[in-house]
Design a binder for this molecule. Structure first.
Ligand SMILES: [Zn+2]
Ligand SMILES: [Zn+2]
Length: 191
């Protein structure tokens, strides 16, 4: 295998620095720099905060460095972000729970170490897997059909009373968002 192909593979495995790569191959930093620069020019990797990332992990990184959604490429607003932490320090970020839930099946489940998002009411960090979701409500903070995360089932139920939508746990919400996307977001929920 060509060294540049190997470098891509190593970055995918979690190698993040030119130094680590140089040590792996037993070559000089300069040699790796050259490869990295070529890969960068080809648009296959990006350098972000001094770390090497595959293009697809970094999403489309605009000049100003605003992170974008790995699913729909929208710029990510912090209060709605949905972040999977994978092994070896990799992250997959989505703009909101809608995209985050849709990304779930695209990830290798054994790679996922944790996932966090923010409670819609009190803006505290919560684990995506234990959160409750209101899916398909009339409140659309980001993508449709909307999925909004809450730490407490009680809050989700109160929210759904006002704005409609179904109150679901993580697995149910993954299935529901997928189903709604297949049928088109205009479909009314039957609850
Ligand atoms: Zn998105
Ligand atoms: Zn979104």
């Amino acid at each position: 295998m060509d060294r540049k192909e190997q470098i891509l593979e190593l970055i995918a495995q979690g190698y993040r620095s030119v130094k680590a790569l140089a040590q792996h191959f037993g070559v000089s930093l300069m040699t790796i720099y050259r490869d990295v620069r070529e890969l960068e020019k080809q648009g296959r990797i990006v350098r972000k905060h001094g770390e090497l990332l595959l293009k697809e992990e970094a999403g489309e990184v605009p000049e100003e460095g605003v992170p974008t959604c790995a699913y729909c490429t929208k710029p990510i607003e912090k209060r709605l972000e949905f972040v999977y932490r994978l092994k070896k320090g990799r992250q997959v970020r989505a703009c909101c729970a809608h995209c985050g839930l849709l990304l779930y099946k695209n990830l290798r489940q054994e790679d996922i170490e944790s996932c966090m998002t923010w409670d819609f009411i009190n803006c505290k960090p919560i684990s995506c897997f234990s959160a409750w979701y209101v899916v398909g409500s009339s409140a659309i903070p980001c993508c449709t059909p909307s999925a909004i995360a809450f730490a407490l089932k009680e809050d989700a139920e109160k929210f759904a009373k006002g704005f409609g939508g179904a109150v679901l746990n993580f697995e149910e919400a993954v299935e529901m968002v997928e189903k709604l996307m297949r049928r088109g977001s205009a479909v009314k929920l039957e609850l």
